[in-house]
Design a protein around this ligand. Structure first.
Ligand code: 13P
Ligand code: SF4
Length: 321
């Protein structure tokens, strides 16, 4: 629409004026993803977002995604200004893993290496030995297991169960879940697969174990996009946030992408394969953030906390550069 075009033009100008770059996640609106690409920013999974922001020479990063992504960017580049369209875009995994309780859990198991998912607060990261994203979690835990280390994993129980099964590592787990991926239903997926027997099933590992078990490919958003290009199938059933369809369809215009079912019994789901916090990112909010910055948009992380959280984050980035 004309209004969208106006905001897009304004954001482009603001990015230049403020020497800023837009770093977006695959779950944000298509127009945000397109804008990030057009303006020399990036659209990526959470690990690639962290790497991109850390390497980029801009003074300001505007992170379109959820809060932990902005916090990670700030911890990795404390001298940059990190803005977000809204600081209210959180994540159910972060919300479900408060630092006091998590820290107590860690204290009860001092013999274990603490590995946390990137979808956590800066305080939880600061308590960890390693931070991982879904694209690298398997390899890191495999490496730790090979060293004979026992793992305390948090917060996503499904990703944890998947890693435990794949690696055979000794893991105890925090019982968190993503409200979006937790809704995918096995029975309805089996029914759908019967309708499309030649379809490949792509699953983000935050989904329940029984859904992951049906997958032809399991991985981070970037890894699932790659699988959608590389697998020979014409049809794909995709169990992750529907924001990802924009890039999949763009890269494979002749392939057919279908959302995995979120309500097996016809009941209404809470989130219907779209993260309510990712949905808070919009063009108007991006323009506002760039124009005004301030308490509504700028990420601050306590310095002492950031210093501690940097160590496990750097371990992840250096594990496989
Ligand atoms: P990715 O690292 O796969 O982009 O996942 C981030 C996320 O929040 C998935 O729900
Ligand atoms: Fe968090 Fe799930 Fe949203 Fe990803 S999709 S940001 S894990 S609530």
């Amino acid at each position: 629409s004309a209004e969208k075009a106006e905001y897009t033009a304004r954001i482009k100008q603001l990015l230049r004026e403020k020497n800023a770059v837009l770093v977006a996640h695959y779950y944000t609106d298509p127009e945000i993803q397109a804008l990030a690409e057009e303006t020399g920013g990036c659209v990526a999974d959470s690990l690639e977002m962290a790497r991109f922001g850390a390497k980029h020479e801009a003074d300001t990063l505007i992170v379109a995604g959820v809060k932990f992504m902005g916090e990670t960017a700030k911890i990795l580049t404390p001298n940059k200004r990190v803005l977000m369209p809204t600081l209210e875009a959180t994540c159910s995994l972060d919300l479900g893993c408060p630092i006091d309780e998590f820290s107590k859990f860690c204290d009860e198991h001092p013999d274990r290496t603490v590995v946390v998912y990137a979808n956590t607060s800066a305080a939880v990261k600061a308590r960890a030995d390693w931070v991982v994203t879904s694209s690298i979690a398997l390899e890191v835990v495999d490496h730790l297991d090979a060293n004979g280390e026992k793992i305390l994993w948090g917060p996503d129980k499904h990703l944890g169960a998947y890693i435990e099964k794949q690696t055979g590592a000794d893991m105890i787990m925090w019982q968190g879940a993503c409200i979006v991926h937790d809704e995918f239903k096995t029975k309805a997926l089996e029914d759908l697969k019967r309708v499309y027997p030649d379809a490949a099933i792509l699953v983000h590992p935050e989904s329940p174990q029984s859904v992951v078990e049906m997958a032809d490919a399991v991985g981070s958003t970037s890894q699932l996009i790659k699988a959608s290009q590389e697998l020979p199938n014409d049809t794909f059933i995709v169990a992750t946030d529907r924001g990802i369809f924009y890039k999949m369809q763009q890269l494979s215009p002749n392939k057919h992408f279908i959302e995995a079912p979120t309500a097996g019994n016809g009941a209404t789901c809470r989130s219907c394969a779209h993260c309510p916090w990712m949905a808070m990112n919009g063009l108007v909010a991006i323009a506002e953030a760039l124009e005004n910055g301030g308490a509504k948009h700028e990420i601050h992380v306590d310095e002492a906390l950031a210093e501690r959280a940097l160590k496990p984050l750097n371990r992840m980035l250096e594990f496989k550069g």
